[in-house]
Design a protein around this ligand. Structure first.
Ligand code: PLP
Ligand code: COI
Length: 362
């Protein structure tokens, strides 16, 4: 069944000029600048989704008692629109984001949005703001769909009875300012991101709110990023703050199994799928920090990389924990990491064939 919504379109009379836009696109950074429009769709108990609209980008007015401010009933997604060499604009696997959005919604007791309506909302925003999709190599338009609980009430006996779904878009250069440079990581043994039965697999804001303290600790320890470990033993590797992890043992490519406590990354899933074509043997498994250290020291583990929509594929160069520290490889991006990165980016920008129907034309 297809579920298309009818959108009310209100164009922005104060949309920026071509010159103003070019100034932003010359140096967009990540997540700092936003396009001229946004999507908003409301949901009310008993009525469902209504008031779908495209409107000028701008602030929201919300009652201070609005549920999201107090109980963080919120979730989001992240994906990118790319300008391919022939000029067409595409999104990468938007239906996978739609499906994950709905899995997050089910966990957060929030309404699901039909996948077609999710994808339609992205198409409308990107079509309207298509001049904001960067032409610079490696740049893209980052799309941020999200949903908040909007009922103004402080009781916690039931979830909110009203919600707002929105999409905003932000031109993006690389997430890490150093480009494809290995990052250093901090093993978080003091803090826990997620435990069984919790919200680790959902892309909800609360997971990130609880993570900032560990990310700050990582920076204080001289590292770029935090690595999350399991909640019980603080030994088993799970993921990073906004990325999944892969370990390269010769031609074996291992990533932590989806246990419910880590985010099922769409980049992770894509890499598992393309690895065999690159002559690698992909596996999901359990990796302890002791194994990580000893396999690096013995030379058996040659490369580790992080992956995600924002971070693409980023090598990990060194690891530090409260009582240990070691180097991964020789401190330069490894050949397997770079081959996977090139293949993935090639599919996204159209220089490699899309044999899996991942590319969605907009
Ligand atoms: N893990 C976390 C905690 C994330 O925030 C992200 C980013 O979305 C990922 C992993 C990677 O997911 P994806 O590849 O779908 O972007
Ligand atoms: C993404 O890669 O889409 C993320 O969500 C990472 C981070 C900016 C939260």
């Amino acid at each position: 069944m297809t579920t298309q919504l009818s959108f009310d379109v209100q164009l922005n009379p104060r949309a920026r000029s071509a010159g103003e836009r070019e100034e932003v696109l010359a140096n967009p950074g990540f997540g700092q600048f936003f396009t001229d429009h946004m999507i908003s769709i409301d949901w009310t108990e008993g009525r469902g989704w209504h008031d779908a609209r495209l409107q000028p980008y701008g602030p929201l007015v919300l009652d201070p008692a609005t549920s999201v401010f107090h109980y963080a009933q919120e979730l989001f997604e992240g994906l990118k629109a790319y300008r391919q060499s022939g000029g067409s604009i595409v999104a990468f696997r938007p239906h996978a984001n739609a499906a994950r959005f709905n899995r997050s919604a089910a966990r957060m007791a929030m309404p699901e949005l039909p996948e077609d309506a999710f994808v339609q909302s992205l198409e409308l925003l990107v079509q309207t703001d298509r001049e904001w999709v960067p032409t610079t190599d490696g740049h893209s338009l980052y799309l941020r769909p999200f949903m908040i609980a909007t009922q103004a009430a402080l009781g916690v006996n039931h979830p909110s009875r009203t919600y707002k779904y929105m999409v905003i878009a932000s031109p993006a250069a690389s997430y890490f300012s150093g480009g494809v440079k290995p990052v250093s990581v901090w093993l978080s043994t003091e803090f826990t991101r997620a435990a069984p039965g919790g919200t680790g697999f959902a892309k909800c804001g609360g997971n990130y709110a609880a993570a900032f303290v560990a990310q700050r600790q990582a920076v204080q320890e001289g590292c770029d990023q935090v690595v999350w470990l399991d909640a019980f033993e603080h030994r088993w590797v799970e993921e990073m703050g906004g990325m999944n992890l892969f370990f390269v043992f010769g031609d074996r490519l291992v990533t932590p199994t989806l246990t419910g406590t880590l985010l099922p990354g769409i980049t992770r899933d894509s890499i598992l799928s393309i690895a065999a074509e690159l002559g690698l043997r992909p596996e999901e498994g359990k990796i302890s920090i002791e194994d990580w250290q000893s396999a690096c020291e013995s030379g058996e583990l040659t490369e580790v990389f992080a992956c995600g929509t924002a971070a693409v594929v980023t090598p990990v160069g060194s690891v530090k924990g409260a009582d240990r520290g070691w180097a991964v490889g020789d401190g330069t991006p490894g050949p397997v990491t770079m081959r996977i990165r090139e293949e993935l980016v090639g599919i996204q920008y159209g220089s490699r064939p899309d044999t899996r129907d991942w590319i969605h034309k907009i």
